[in-house]
Design a protein around this ligand. Structure first.
Ligand code: PLP
Ligand code: COI
Length: 340
């Protein structure tokens, strides 16, 4: 059965698909993987996920290649990060094999929702895990549900590959200095909604959060990491309060291959005046070029893109990532998992 989706104008939104996969951890072990056609779940009213935010998730993408094959990008890294997140929130880590099998089967079963090659869209895979034991005292669950759903998506920032403007504000922090920022915990996103809403209402696409301790250094950019090009070097924040982005990790590899030095370090706000390019990178954001960063507390505007166009490095990053993900260039780093 075909879908009625207009792939070319798909936003980054939720489109229900046919199947999702589920697996529960009970009595000290993971059970059988189940295929479901329902897009709802039944859990106890007192489940730890509902009261104490025991929820973690991942985001990865599947692509239809130039050769018709289906490729998932860096699945092992997402599986690994999800286990780190689980440890951070005292949850049960999902074994890589279960994560892998469920992601692959979810893509395969929903193949009719996989955007065609050349459409610019992809199938977003959203694995998530929740604590389902009923508790009223603040304590981790003994039982967990791990679910993988998929949905076809287009670009995260409106307008696709063009400059986007972001802002710095000190009124809100997303996470605490030694808090949950390094894990992909749903609560971090709830904590970012106030700042994001304010930024959107002022016409910005995202907030460039500062480090929550000193408010001196750049941390990350909404649901994406931040990078910039300064004197031909790739620079990106090193911080305990940001999520280690798999896209960023991949860009660092590509940057080195392109002959650039890579620096992971603190970046001060005023260094923005010295960068020739900046971008927000992530699975959803891909590599979104940043046109301008406005510091709304000080009124300083950092105009990064002088000609209003995406810079050459970001353009090349997107080209290379796209080529690897669509099988147009060889996967020399072993980043691809095929869905047979
Ligand atoms: N930072 C945050 C807060 C995110 O939600 C994401 C999205 O996953 C990223 C960074 C980018 O990470 P990745 O490149 O692994 O998708
Ligand atoms: C992703 O890039 O996968 C993300 O998780 C961003 C998302 C929160 C929209």
């Amino acid at each position: 059965m075909d879908t009625e989706i207009d792939w070319g104008s798909l936003p980054f939104g939720y489109v229900p698909t046919d199947y999702n996969l589920r697996c529960e951890f009970r009595d000290g072990k993971w059970g059988d993987i189940e295929v479901s056609t329902s897009d709802t779940i039944t859990i106890p009213l007192a489940a730890t996920t509902l009261h104490y935010a025991q929820e973690i998730f991942e985001g990865l993408k599947a692509f239809r290649g130039v050769d018709g094959k289906i490729r998932i990008f860096r699945l092992e890294e997402n599986a690994k990060r999800m286990r780190e997140s689980a440890k951070g929130l005292r949850m049960e880590p999902v074994p890589e094999e279960i994560f892998r099998e469920m992601c692959i089967r979810a893509v395969k079963l929903n193949e009719r929702f996989l955007p065609p090659y050349g459409s610019g869209a992809s199938l977003y895979i959203r694995p998530f895990e929740i604590g389902i034991s009923p508790r009223i005292g603040v304590k981790e669950a003994d039982e967990y549900a791990f679910i993988v759903m998929v949905t076809p998506v287009g670009p995260y920032f409106k307008g696709g590959f063009r400059n986007t403007n972001i802002c710095i504000m000190r009124e809100f922090d997303r996470v605490a200095p030694q808090g949950t920022g390094r894990w992909k915990a749903g609560g971090n996103y709830a904590a970012s909604l106030g700042a994001t809403h304010k930024a959107h209402s002022m016409g910005y696409s995202a907030v460039l959060f500062l480090d929550p301790k000193e408010k001196k250094y750049l941390d990350e950019c909404g649901p994406a990491n931040f990078y910039a090009i300064k004197n031909g070097k790739y620079i990106t924040p090193k911080s305990d309060s940001i999520l280690p982005s798999i896209t960023n990790m991949s860009l660092m590899t590509l940057a080195r291959e392109m002959g650039m030095e890579v620096e992971e370090r603190h970046i001060t706000v005023d260094e923005l005046a010295e960068v020739s390019e900046a971008g927000a990178c992530g699975t959803a954001a891909v590599c979104s070029p940043i046109g301008e960063v406005d510091d709304i507390d000080t009124g300083v505007k950092y105009v990064i893109s002088k000609d209003g166009k995406p810079g050459p490095v970001t353009t090349e990053f997107v080209r290379r990532l796209d080529a690897i993900r669509h099988g147009e260039e060889p996967d020399v780093h072993g980043w691809i998992t095929f869905v047979e």
